[in-house]
Design a binder for this molecule. Structure first.
Ligand SMILES: NC(=O)c1ccc[n+]([C@@H]2O[C@H](COP(=O)([O-])OP(=O)(O)OC[C@H]3O[C@@H](n4cnc5c(N)ncnc54)[C@H](O)[C@@H]3O)[C@@H](O)[C@H]2O)c1
Length: 427
């Protein structure tokens, strides 16, 4: 836990948060002044920081003018701990800057990256970042140093994990470079892992990652981003409430040059699993002609579309749902999922959701306040570390996506034959 001896050390905004997170509750605290900011300014900062953390702070009278005395109480359930986070992989998903949403009140910053998400979650702090490319470490310091002044930079993720006593680890390296980092983190005390999608590019890698997490009591959440989108939850709520009757078919399409099964098709297949709410029993597939002999992943982590296949597939789920998948590069960009039930259907196009029933189209209201994407994922991860429960995007669920893609490749290898799941080890 960080210790502060005087006001000088709690000068930055983030340190005020840190300082309060680690103060004892329900007891008078003395903060010696250092001649820097005025007592009034410091009191104001403490009050603001307490409000952000959901704590009640009361200033007390101090007989010593060189000491600010106060008292903090907390609401039960408010996370006060500082979660120490490390991020491996510092490209866009790792540390893209906050964008500003011009339509939001006060021009609220909208995080899209892992570092950006830690920045807006008051109970987390980035204490270490790692990339093989030193120029990205410099860029981190330039772009995020004022928010995470104590974060240390590394080129070796093992060293970062060994040194930083991490609670949380974000793995935002390329598609085929998650496995060793996740396993090392799980084996070395990390409690929660936020892994980018796809979980892995072979089923054996995915299995080893899950096994390492389970063996060490670490939890892993995989960023199939749409799982944290309100339209997806609104649609699934309607389905669970019976709005379209029993689900019978799902049609899922993705077009455009980035419609690569591993890189982005993973979002499409994960969406299918999200709505099918069952395990795949068997599949068959036909890859696009240029991938006729593509039987195992040979991509470069997700950069070159020519190295990651597109194609069509069919999934038979244990609950009887049938899914028709189309990830095709030879078409205009876009993605939709159509869930067809006995009495209606739900269409998800981009982030719009429509219910079609009895010849009419309904658009369900979506909540206006949203905590989405990686912010929601990390917030859920910390809550689950503290209180237990199921994750929205668990590693086990993401492993099912990898298994289906690998089974599609098997089917291709076997002349588009039916492939039964689960697949045996060795895939
Ligand atoms: N959820 C989303 O919406 C979304 C969007 C874009 C990308 N992604 C995912 O984000 C991940 C990153 O994608 P990318 O194209 O930026 O990847 P990338 O291949 O560019 O790698 C990201 C960074 O990781 C670093 N790296 C690789 N191995 C490392 C190691 N062993 N130690 C330290 N650093 C290492 C690289 O130097 C690079 O800077 C992928 O899994 C991708 O699918 C997700």
């Amino acid at each position: 836990m960080p210790q502060f001896d005087n006001a000088q050390e709690v000068r930055s905004e983030t340190s005020y948060l840190d300082f309060l997170r680690n103060c004892a509750l329900d007891t008078a605290i003395d903060l010696p002044l250092d001649g820097g900011e005025s007592p009034r300014a410091i009191k104001r900062r403490l009050t603001v920081a307490a409000r952000e953390l959901g704590l009640q702070l009361r200033h007390l009278r101090s007989d010593d003018p060189a000491i600010i005395r106060f008292h903090v109480t907390g609401s039960p359930g408010v996370a006060r701990r500082t979660y120490r986070a490390g991020v491996v992989g510092l490209t866009g998903m790792g540390m893209r800057l906050l964008d500003h949403d011009p339509t939001a009140v006060l021009n609220t910053p909208m995080p899209h990256s892992h570092v950006g998400s830690y920045a807006v979650l008051p109970h987390t702090e980035v204490v270490g970042v790692c990339d093989l490319r030193p120029e990205l470490l410099t860029a981190f310091r330039e772009q995020w140093g004022h928010i995470f002044p104590r974060a240390r930079t590394y080129t070796d993720y093992r060293e970062m994990i060994d040194n930083e006593n991490l609670d949380l680890l974000s793995v935002t390296t390329g598609d085929n470079a998650h496995t060793d980092i996740v396993i090392y983190g799980a084996n070395h005390g990390v409690k929660g892992i936020a892994c980018e999608k796809p979980l892995a590019t072979t089923l054996d890698d995915a299995t080893r990652m899950i096994q390492a997490c389970e063996a060490n009591g670490a939890i892993i959440s995989v960023d199939h981003t749409r799982r944290w989108w309100t339209p997806y939850h609104a649609a699934r709520k309607l389905i669970r409430e019976g709005a379209i009757g029993k689900v019978r078919r799902i049609i899922a399409h993705m077009g455009g040059t980035r419609a690569m099964l591993f890189r982005n098709g993973t979002h499409l297949l994960d969406g299918v699993l999200f709505f099918a709410e069952s395990d795949a029993e068997w599949v068959f597939a036909e890859l696009d002609p240029e991938f006729a002999d593509y039987f195992a992943y040979r991509g470069d982590g997700g950069k070159d579309p020519a190295l990651d296949p597109s194609g069509s597939g069919y999934i038979h789920f244990r609950n009887g749902v049938r899914a028709f998948i189309n990830a095709s590069k030879g078409q205009t960009p876009g993605m939709y999922i159509q869930v067809i039930g006995e009495t209606g259907e739900i269409d998800l196009v981009g982030d719009h959701v429509e219910l079609r029933k009895d010849g009419a189209i309904h658009r369900p209201p979506l909540p206006s306040h949203r905590r989405t994407d990686v912010v929601a994922l990390i917030d859920e991860l910390t809550r689950t570390i503290e209180h237990g429960g199921d994750l929205i995007g668990s590693g086990q669920e993401a492993r099912k996506v990898v298994e289906i893609i690998v089974a599609f490749l098997k089917s291709q290898e076997q002349g588009n034959a039916r492939v039964n799941l689960p697949l045996p080890p060795g895939n």
